[in-house]
Design a protein around this ligand. Sequence first.
Ligand SMILES: [Zn+2]
Length: 447
Amino acid sequence: MKKILSCLVLLFLLSDIASGFSEIALNDVERPDGAILFIVDGLGSSYYFPEFTPYALDGSELLKARTENLTSGSRILDTRTPHPVTGIAHSVIVTGFSDANEEMVSYPDATIYDITRHNGFVNLAVMETGDFPGMREEQDIIMFAENNSIDEPKISIQATKAPSGIYELMYEWRMKLPSYLDRKSGVKRYSAYNKWSIDAANAVAISMINDHPSQKFLLTVNIGAIDSGGHNLGVDNYISLIESLDSDFYPLYRTASENNIALFFTADHGMSFAAKNAKRGGHISDKYSSRQESLRIPFVVFSPNANPGVIEGVFGQEDIAPTLLSILDLPNNLQYADSKPVNLKNYASIFIRSHNEYDVSLWNNGKKIAEHSGAELGFTGLQLNMSYTLKAKGKEGVYEEHLFLDSDKQFVLSKPESGIINRKTLAIILILIVVASGLIIIKRIKD
Ligand SMILES: [Zn+2]
C-alpha cells in the first residue's frame, strides 16, 4: 500500500516537469555566458541619474552624487519599486511579481534562480542585506551577513552544491573583512564595508571564469551600507557613499565586461530625507514611503547583446526578473510573474513549452527558416520587428500562430486546463487512497 502511494506521489510530482531544453540559434548572437545581479540597498536613482533632482520632504533641493561608471550601459530611466521595504523588494526583484513576499521566494519555479538552475547555471551570492532563509536556499552557495551591524559584522557561509574552491575562497574573504574595517569609523567604515562585499564578489566571479570556464553562473551581490548610511549618517554622507560606490564598483564592472558576463545594476528601494541637513533618512514610514526619492531605483544593464542608451517610460521593479532572463536567453517560466521584459536585446527569441513532444517549424515570408522537435524549445537570434508563423504538430493536435516579433515570446502548447485537470484528478485519487487505507486500518483495529 505504502509503495503504491509513494509511486503515485512521485508520479504526481513529476507530471509537471518537462524534459530538457533544446536551443536552435538562427543567427550568431553575442549572448552573455553568465550574469551578475548587483543590488544596492537603499540607492535612489533620484540622487545620481542626470535627469532627476532629489527633493527633501520640506521641498528643498538636495545634493546629487557625481558618478561616472553607474550611468553607462542600457539605462532604464524610471523604474519604481511597488514596496520600498528591503525583504519584499528583494522578493519582487527575483520573482518578477509586484506583490511578492519573502515566503513566495521558496515556492517551486517562483524565482530567476529556479530557472537558471533548471538550465544548468550555478547560483552564487554575496549578500550583506536582502537575504532571508528562502533567498539563501535558492543559492548553491552564499556568503551573507547574519546581522546588519557595520560595527560588529557577523559573516556566515551556507552551501549546498558549491563549485570546487568557492567555499574556500569565500572563507578567505570572510576572514579579510576585519582588515577592511580596521581603525575606520563613520562614513569611511560604511564605505569599506561595501567595498569588501564588491571585492569578494569580484574574486568569486574571477574564480568562476578562470577555474570553471564552462560553468554558467548567476552571481547575486548586495551591498548594505548605503541604506545604513542614509538611515544613520544623514544626507551628505549618503551622497558621498554613492560616489565611493561609483569607483569601488569599477573592478567588478571590468571583470563582467571583459569576460562576456552580463551585469544588472539595481536597488531594492531609495531613500528620503526630511530637510536639507537631515541627519537621518527613511523609506518605510508613511511620511517617506510614497516619495519618488524612496520609490525610484536604478536599473542599468551592461551586456553584449543589449543596446546601450537611455530607455524612457515608467517600469516596475518586477520587470527586472523577466529582463534578466531575456538577456540570458532563458525561457520566462516564472510562476507568479505579472511583468514583462524591457526590450533591450538586439534580437528576439521564441520559447515553446509543452508536456509532450511537438514537431515545431518557424516560417518567415512563406519560407521555413527552422525546424525542431521537443517539449522545451528556444529559437534564438531572430530578427526583431518581423512577422513569423509558428507551426507545431504533436499528440495533442496541430497549432499555428502568426506573430509580429517585437520582443521575446513564450508559448505553452499543451492545453493548460487538461494539465490542471490531470493533476487535480491525481490529487483526488491520492486523497481517496489515503482515506480508504485509513478506513481499512480502522476496520482492522476494530476487528
Ligand atoms: Zn533596503
